[in-house]
Design a protein around this ligand. Structure first.
Ligand SMILES: *[C@@H]1O[C@H](CO)[C@@H](O)[C@H](O)[C@H]1NC(C)=O
Ligand SMILES: *[C@@H]1O[C@H](CO)[C@@H](O)[C@H](O)[C@H]1NC(C)=O
Ligand SMILES: *[C@@H]1O[C@H](CO)[C@@H](O)[C@H](O)[C@H]1NC(C)=O
Ligand SMILES: *[C@@H]1O[C@H](CO)[C@@H](O)[C@H](O)[C@H]1NC(C)=O
Ligand SMILES: *[C@@H]1O[C@H](CO)[C@@H](O)[C@H](O)[C@H]1NC(C)=O
Ligand SMILES: *[C@@H]1O[C@H](CO)[C@@H](O)[C@H](O)[C@H]1NC(C)=O
Ligand SMILES: *[C@@H]1O[C@H](CO)[C@@H](O)[C@H](O)[C@H]1NC(C)=O
Length: 917
């Protein structure tokens, strides 16, 4: 049993080892693949950092002006190796192991202006090392092991910035002769300076531009009187992290008395107490900026700042101040900004107020008061009294019990303040009562994010905020309810954020709560799980530019199956430039949902269920720049849908869709992707994958072979050809069916014009007196008279029995003679003819006889009635099939076809009588 267990353990640890090996291999591989392997050159700058180089590469472009060799393995910078790059202005050789500066460096690089050598191992530095470096303006020698010999910096006539921090220098004295006439900033931080002697700065005697001195993290113990005298033009002194103690600080301040000091930074100095004499020395200065943050400052004695009447900014952030009294800020009558973020703490022992009444009264010029993250118990009616210039108050992320239920009394101490911005985010507000903000007549921005407001906004909460332009109320736990009057008192509102604040039913209102906000430009309603909104929600918001509706539940509203049709709630907002509708479960976009949004430049529809998009739904979005459709169910990207929105795009995000990589679905899109130059499509290779067909499954759509679609071309041609033929046949059939006679008419005319009237030989007509012998029933005489006789002319003569029989000849004999004299025999076929015994018996029989006897194909039939072939054959012994088709004519019912009939008749009469073989 234990053996099995042991074996399992061994097996498992082996497995673990393998996993570790594989993992480490993979991560290393990964990291290695991202690392650059050679210098990158762009715009005259060569970046050769982090390449483990031991020398300057010789093959960079000659004309580079900037070379970054930082984080390599250089042990020196041979002037020779820089010879190929004489135009260098900036050289960075920081973070190497260089031990020495070569004297000909600046000779080789006459234009060099900045030289960064921090984090190297330069030790001895002599005047010759920097010879010829007169053009240098910046020299960074921080974190070396400098040991100065003579006056190494004396040649640097143009140097503005010198950093010799972290070099274990024992003294700030960098020379004995006056030098560095152009110096502006000197960094001496992190050195082992313990004293400032009277002459230490005398080498800067003539440096009239010196403004900034950094002495951070030096443990100054003694300051000789007059030590700052040579640099009395100093404006900024940074003493952060210097371990000095309160006494040394007040000495420092006294020494600064004769200077132009303007900003003093005393951060992280463990300055636990400030007394009414600490800053006495600054009385005669014009100090405007004092930073005392991160000091663990617990006590500020009354009157401590009375000397700083010109101070404009006081930073007391991150301290442990337990008590502010009306004396604390005494004398700060010029103060404009007071920063108290995390400055005040609750005392465990005392339950007195942290901020006494009238504490801020001396600050009559204060414009900005930051009380972020501050443990203040209470606000009284005099907490902020006297702040008559206050424009901005930030009380965010603090817990004031009185703010839980804000009433018209809570902030009454600010009544005299012309407040413009009030930040009450994260202050645990749960209820706002009517008139709470009514004293803020000039307020433009009200921040109420991240609270627990749980009420229906009736509108009176914002009473008096007639000038307010922004109300931010996001992240209020979806517990805010709205009414139609919620915003009636804030008609100037431009920005309203209600993300993750509203109950899901809050917007199902008529009239819409936003109705009074005609100046609104930004409306955030995201993350509210809203399912019901009215079509008129945005009505009247003619200036609305940004609408955020992501993470709601609006899918039903756009379904075509929605009761009463889709709800086109964007109708009122034609000025929109940004619309966010991500994560709404949308699976349909109604055809007119995005109509008229021609200013829209950003549309986000990511993480929905969109698949089959209707044609032209995006066609009005002609200004679109950014289009997000990631994580939907889109399989097909068709030009009918996407051509317009993709035409001006700068960013397309459409990854993680199950693309169907077939020619019909994706060819157009892939072609567009291959050709687009101005649109950026991030992660195209990795995140745009084919889902179908199987052959392409999980491959990048960038791999889709567009050429494979070209093979379809012959088939397409064939398809087009065959469909064209079919369509033409159908058209012809229809034409023939409805206009056949007309076509035939023009055809016969064409034939006649080109070939002449007849195919009969000219001599064929000569033997006959008449062109046609007309056989008709007695009843049809009138038709013959009206319709046939008018056709007679010199070329065409009919023989009519009644008219043309020779008087005195027996009737039958005359028929026989006349028939013989006629080239054709014309039957006017009607029911009457078939019933006429004479015609039927004699004339027809004779005609028939003659046809056979003369071997002539000379019969022409004109049908006035629709006579059945069977009757025709029994009465006249003729069948339609026996005659040539052109010899069978139908008298047309329609008048307009009569000319055509005449034409045909003339043709029929002109036909040869010879039998066709
Ligand atoms: C440097 O020279 C290259 C050609 O050698 C040229 O293409 C480039 O524009 C030049 N760059 C600068 C900053 O002069
Ligand atoms: C300093 O730069 C100028 C051009 O800006 C050049 O003419 C001059 O020679 C340089 N000085 C030195 C000492 O190299
Ligand atoms: C302070 O500023 C005033 C003018 O605003 C000027 O006259 C005075 O010399 C300045 N004091 C110092 C110490 O720079
Ligand atoms: C400083 O405070 C002490 C009492 O703590 C007081 O006697 C002294 O007068 C104050 N000094 C000044 C300059 O306000
Ligand atoms: C807060 O201040 C008000 C007004 O001064 C006072 O009535 C109330 O008791 C104070 N609340 C606390 C908890 O100190
Ligand atoms: C808030 O104060 C109002 C009026 O002072 C009061 O009617 C209401 O009950 C209070 N609400 C809470 C939650 O304490
Ligand atoms: C509000 O602003 C107006 C000018 O916009 C100004 O005249 C007025 O004094 C301000 N109100 C307060 C209380 O400062």
């Amino acid at each position: 049993m234990s053996q099995v267990f042991e074996a399992m353990c061994v097996h498992r640890s082996l497995l673990l080892t393998w996993v570790i090996i594989i993992c480490s291999f993979m991560t290393r591989h990964c990291v290695a693949s991202q690392k650059k392997t050679s210098c990158q050159v762009q715009d005259g700058r060569a970046d050769c950092s982090h390449l483990s180089l031991r020398a300057v590469p010789p093959d960079l472009p000659r004309n580079i002006t900037s070379l970054d060799m930082s984080h390599n393995r250089l042990i020196g910078i041979a002037a020779l190796s820089l010879k190929p790059y004489p135009r260098l202005i900036h050289l960075d050789v920081s973070f190497n192991s260089i031990t020495k500066l070569e004297d000909s460096l600046c000779q080789t690089l006459p234009f060099l202006q900045t030289l960064n050598m921090q984090h190297n191992e330069v030790h001895f530095l002599k005047k010759e090392d920097l010879n010829h470096c007169t053009n240098l303006t910046l020299l960074n020698l921080a974190s070396n092991r400098l040991k100065l010999h003579g006056e190494p910096f004396s040649v640097l006539q143009n140097l503005k910035f010198l950093d010799v921090s972290a070099n274990k220098l024992p003294s700030p004295r960098l020379g004995s002769q006056p030098q560095l006439p152009s110096l502006v900033t000197l960094n001496l931080a992190f050195n082992e300076i313990t004293a400032l002697k009277k002459d230490d700065f005398s080498f800067l005697n003539r440096s009239s531009f010196l403004q900034v001195l950094n002495l951070s993290s030096v443990s100054l113990k003694t300051l000789d009187p007059g030590c700052f005298k040579p640099i009395s033009g100093l404006r900024t002194l940074i003493m952060d992290m210097s371990n000095m103690g309160t006494l040394a600080i007040s000495k420092l301040c006294s020494e600064l008395a004769g200077t132009s000091i303007d900003a003093l930074s005393l951060r992280k100095m463990k300055l636990v107490t400030v007394t009414n004499t600490t800053f006495t020395g600054l009385h005669k200065t014009n100090l405007t900026f004092l930073d005392l943050s991160y000091n663990g400052l617990g006590k500020i004695e009354g009157g401590s700042f009375q000397w700083l009447s010109r101070l404009q900014t006081l930073v007391l952030a991150h301290n442990n101040i337990k008590h502010l009294t009306k004396e604390t800020f005494e004398g700060l009558k010029g103060l404009k900004k007071l920063q108290l973020t995390r400055a005040l703490v609750k005392s465990h022992t005392s339950s007195t107020q942290i901020i006494n009444d009238f504490s801020f009264q001396p600050l009559s010029s204060l414009e900005s008061l930051i009380l972020q993250n501050t443990a203040v118990r209470n606000l009284t009616e005099h907490t902020f009294t006297g702040l008559t210039s206050l424009k901005e108050l930030d009380m965010s992320w603090s817990s004031y019990t009185v703010l839980r239920n804000i009433t018209s009394k809570t902030l009454v101490s600010l009544a005299e303040s012309p407040l413009i911005k009030l930040n009450l985010a994260g202050t645990a507000i749960s209820q706002i009562n009517p008139g709470s903000f009514s004293v803020f007549k000039n307020l433009t921005t009200l921040l109420l994010d991240n609270n627990h407001i749980k009420q229906t906004l009736t509108g009176r909460e914002f009473e008096g905020l007639g000038q307010v332009q922004e109300i931010h109320m996001a992240n209020n736990q979806q517990t805010v309810n709205l009414s139609s009057t919620s915003f009636v008192y804030v008609p100037n509102l431009r920005v309203l954020t209600l993300g993750k604040s509203l109950r899901s039913t809050a917007l199902n209102l008529d009239p819409s709560p936003f109705r009074p906000l005609s100046k609104l430009t930004v409306l955030d309603l995201s993350n509210n799980n809203i399912a019901n909104i009215r079509e008129n929600m945005l009505e009247g918001l003619v200036n609305l530019k940004v609408l955020k509706l992501q993470h709601n539940n609006l899918a039903r509203l756009w379904k075509s199956a929605n009761l009463g049709g889709p709800v086109l709630f964007l109708k009122g907002a034609q000025s929109l430039t940004t619309l966010e509708l991500d994560s709404n479960g949308l699976d349909e976009i109604p055809i007119d949902a995005l109509r008229g949004l021609s200013n829209l430049s950003e549309l986000s529809l990511g993480e929905n269920l969109l698949n089959n998009l209707k044609d032209s739904i995006f066609d009005d979005l002609t200004s679109l720049q950014i289009f997000r459709l990631q994580k939907n169910l889109i399989t097909t990207v068709r030009p009918e849908v996407f051509k317009t929105p993709l035409s001006n795009l700068s960013l397309l995000v459409m990854d993680k869709n199950p693309f169907d990589c077939t020619c019909e679905s994706i060819l157009w899109f892939v072609t567009w992707l291959n050709n687009t130059k101005m649109t950026s499509v991030p992660a195209l290779r990795d995140q745009y994958r084919c889902n179908t067909p199987l052959a392409y499954f999980n491959r990048s759509i960038a791999d889709f072979d567009t050429l494979s679609c070209k093979d379809m071309t012959p088939f397409q041609a064939l398809y087009i050809l065959s469909s064209t033929v079919v369509i033409m046949l159908m058209v012809t059939a229809l034409l023939v069916r409805f206009h056949g006679w007309r076509i035939e008419f023009y055809w016969t005319i064409l034939i006649n014009r080109t070939l002449g009237f007849s195919d009969a030989k000219v001599e064929e007509g000569r033997e006959f007196e008449y062109d046609a012998y007309v056989i008709h029933a007695e009843q049809d005489a009138r038709w013959v008279e009206r319709r046939l006789e008018p056709l007679e002319n010199d070329n065409c003569k009919f023989c009519l029995q009644d008219r043309d029989s020779v008087i005195g000849t027996p009737y039958l004999q005359s028929i026989v003679d006349n028939m013989r004299k006629s080239r054709k025999i014309l039957f006017v076929v009607t029911e009457s003819l078939l019933n006429d015994p004479c015609c039927r018996r004699f004339k027809a029989h004779h005609a028939y006889h003659q046809v056979i006897e003369a071997n002539r194909d000379s019969v022409v039939l004109i049908f006035l009635d629709d006579v059945h072939d069977y009757k025709l054959s029994s009465a006249l012994l003729l069948r339609r099939g026996m005659l040539r088709p052109c010899c069978i004519l139908d008298w047309p019912v329609q008048r307009e076809r009569v000319p055509a009939f005449h034409q045909k008749l003339l043709i029929a009469l002109g036909m040869t009588n010879r039998l066709q073989e």
